[in-house]
Design a protein around this ligand. Structure first.
Ligand SMILES: *Cc1c(COP(=O)(O)O)cnc(C)c1O
Length: 403
């Protein structure tokens, strides 16, 4: 084990035996100078590639001016980013934290407080989320997460959460009780396996929210900021959530989270009800402004849609006869290759071939490349993926033939 790694909690397990020292666009270099093609962007974070010039320049400028005052004062960059977000979405007011979990935590608190303080219905506090969802690692957000593995050993968990199967409107309707205040979901379940919400389901979710007077919370932490081919994934469905949350792609790698809500929710967060020392600080919001401006000006969401379609169609074609692959699916540049077996070994083999991808659940290889990846880089990456998957399929067949 590396000496310094012993000084860390082992919550990330034994990490890949790689450390990168330089990044540029879709390329990374490790400590030995070996070059890699990055098709994961951290975990869907570096949407403009590594060290994008527009963001780097803005950060350098900011670092010589001022870093921190406090949310007791106006923070011009924070106001600018809030305005950019509200001008380009269905939301009207923004709260900034430092991570995705904090953005969702704020969303959960806002929903409860709106029912309690604004509507005067404190008995309506329960939030329904979905199986296979992922919403974060704080106590409330891991409770909202529809996967048992993130909850193990953390009991007692907060009350006020219920679960329904994804893409099943009937089951959702049955889960609604007089205590329900909100429904929370991802438009594409990222960690859960790159599972897309089907449009008919979303239509019914919105109808159920209207019928029962519930808030709709969309977790766009992974899908937001251009990744899926629209600025926000909810736009694909022609809906307007009451609250949506952002983090991963918003700061190009600087820590930032945002919770965006509709006008009617504004007063639910009155003075003193919520806050964060670092939330919306000069540096992370400088990165956020530069990132969002670059995506908007470059129409990079549209680019993500086109490149994503190309990747899915190429992979579908090239992997059509591969018995290891059961489905290729995605939305924009959030793409899953579902396999008939666990993919952990495939991912390390791909790393040995200098291509970086991640899993989404045990059996899905997830691709989340930069929105600026070139067609040449895509073709290079797909060739390696298809060849590695082809070899693994041959080996699997040879092994069963021997038996
Ligand atoms: C990553 C992620 C989170 C948690 O974000 P953190 O910044 O790790 O707290 C929440 N929801 C979704 C959909 C995510 O992909």
């Amino acid at each position: 084990m590396r000496e310094g790694a012993k000084a860390l909690f082992p919550n990330y397990g034994s990490r890949y035996n790689l450390a990168f020292v330089k990044g540029e666009g879709s390329r990374l270099w490790d400590e030995n100078g070996k070059q890699y093609l990055d098709l994961m962007s951290g975990i869907a974070v570096t949407n403009l590639g590594h060290v994008p010039k527009q963001v780097a320049d803005r950060l350098k400028e900011q670092i010589d001016q001022i870093w921190h005052t406090s949310n007791l004062f106006h923070i011009p960059n924070q106001e600018k980013l809030a305005q950019l977000l509200t001008d380009n979405s269905c939301g009207d007011a923004v709260f900034f934290g430092n991570s995705g979990a904090e953005a969702n935590e704020a969303a959960i608190k806002l929903a409860r407080r709106y029912f309690n303080k604004v509507l005067g219905k404190p008995e309506q506090y329960e939030i329904i989320s979905f199986q296979q969802s992922f919403h974060g690692r704080t106590l409330a957000t891991l409770t909202a997460t529809g996967q048992d593995k993130v909850k193990e050993g953390f009991a007692p968990l907060p009350i006020g959460f219920a679960y329904a199967p994804y893409n099943d409107a009937e089951a959702l309707e049955q889960a609604i009780t007089p205590q329900t205040c909100a429904i929370m979901l991802e438009m594409v379940q990222g960690e859960g396996g790159v599972n897309r919400a089907n449009p008919e389901f979303i239509k019914q979710v919105v109808a159920l929210c209207e019928q029962h007077g519930l808030l709709l919370i969309v977790d766009e932490i992974q899908t937001g900021v251009g990744r899926t081919g629209k600025l926000f994934a909810y736009e694909h469905y022609g809906i307007e959530p009451d609250i949506f949350t952002l983090a991963k792609g918003l700061g190009s790698g600087m820590p930032i989270g945002a919770m965006v809500g509709k006008e009617k929710l504004r007063e639910a967060f009155s003075a003193g009800s919520h806050g964060s020392t670092f939330g919306g600080n000069y540096l992370s919001t400088a990165a956020g402004v530069a990132t969002l401006e670059t995506i908007l000006e470059g129409k990079l969401s549209e680019r993500a849609a086109e490149m994503g379609d190309y990747i899915v169609s190429e992979l579908s074609k090239q992997l059509a006869d591969n018995p290891l692959v059961s489905e290729v699916r995605g939305l924009g540049l959030l793409i899953g290759i579902e396999c008939t077996q666990p993919v952990a070994d495939l991912i390390t083999t791909l790393q040995e071939h200098a291509v970086l991808v991640i899993s989404a659940g045990p059996n899905v290889i997830r691709l989340a490349p930069s929105l600026l990846i070139t067609k040449e880089e895509v073709d290079e990456g797909l060739a390696v993926i298809c060849s590695v998957l082809g070899k693994h399929a041959q080996q699997a067949q040879a092994a069963t033939a021997v038996q």
